[in-house]
Design a protein around this ligand. Structure first.
Ligand code: T5A
Length: 217
């Protein structure tokens, strides 16, 4: 049996503090000697970053939800092929800022496409591969949007209304509640120092007992 690396994803609504959390998770893992690929979605490859620009740029054209979903999975297919799967097969750990939970939350729930098309693309593009660990940064929508607004100009997603983000949050929380042991939910409305401490606790746990993973992907 060959072993593959641990696949960790970080998720959350707008302004949850993922960027801040990514930096501290990455630093803690590297300090512990973990050979790590740190990456993000949409993006992570040249093609993925081009698609990211198309997806995030505010547009006067109303982008069809299905077109949005397909662009996200096109970026994901390239990301898996070029970076994520090779790293996991080499035994490296992968830390990814957003992955398919975001598609269920934003396109499935936010855009109201439902779970079926997202689940179908998930199987087609990922096969059996799912994240081993997902850290969900949960914050009430109003707090998250205030933080996002405080950062400056809003991207195409951030211009959506509060109902959209309420559906996104509900979807994330539902998936975490149903998702067995893979989700760690962090209360990201707390002061930054407390959030950082909670994240360090999760990372410590992962380093202390990394799962033995059969490389069947
Ligand atoms: N998307 C993505 C989909 O629709 N479907 C998909 O399948 C995928 C993969 C881009 C967009 O793509 C969409 C969803 C997204 O809208 P992104 O770049 O990850 O994805 O987008 P954002 O959520 O906008 O991520 P950001 O990096 O811009 O925001 P963060 O990381 O959540 O927030 P961050 O760390 O920048 O923090 C925001 C502000 O709050 C402060 C920070 O200092 C910063 O100013 N802050 C706190 N303040 C007080 N207390 C705390 N605890 C704080 N934590 C952070």
């Amino acid at each position: 049996m060959s072993q593959r690396g641990l696949f960790i994803t970080l998720e959350g609504g707008e302004g949850a503090g993922k960027t801040t959390a990514m930096a501290s998770i990455e630093a803690a893992l590297r300090e512990a000697g973990v050979d790590l690929l740190s990456t993000r979605e949409p993006g992570g490859t040249a093609l993925g970053e081009s698609l990211r620009r198309c997806l995030l740029e505010p547009s006067t054209e109303a982008v069809a939800p299905m077109a949005e979903l397909l662009m996200i999975f096109a970026a994901r297919a390239q990301h898996l092929h070029e970076r994520i799967l090779p790293a996991l097969h080499e035994g490296r750990w992968v830390l990814c800022d957003r992955f398919t939970d975001a598609s269920f939350a934003y396109q499935g729930a936010g855009r109201q496409l439902g779970t079926a098309p997202v689940a179908a693309l998930e199987s087609m593009v990922q096969g059996e591969l799912r994240p081993d660990v997902t850290i969900l940064m949960d914050v009430p929508v109003e707090i998250g949007m205030d933080r996002a607004r405080g950062r400056g100009a809003l991207d195409r997603f951030e211009q959506e209304d509060l109902e959209f983000f309420a559906r996104v949050r509900e979807s994330y929380l539902e998936r975490a509640a149903r998702g067995g042991g893979r989700y760690y939910v962090i209360d990201a409305s707390k002061p930054l120092a407390e959030v950082q401490q909670a994240i360090r606790g999760v990372v410590k746990e992962l380093i202390a007992c990394p799962s033995v993973l059969e490389d069947d992907s």
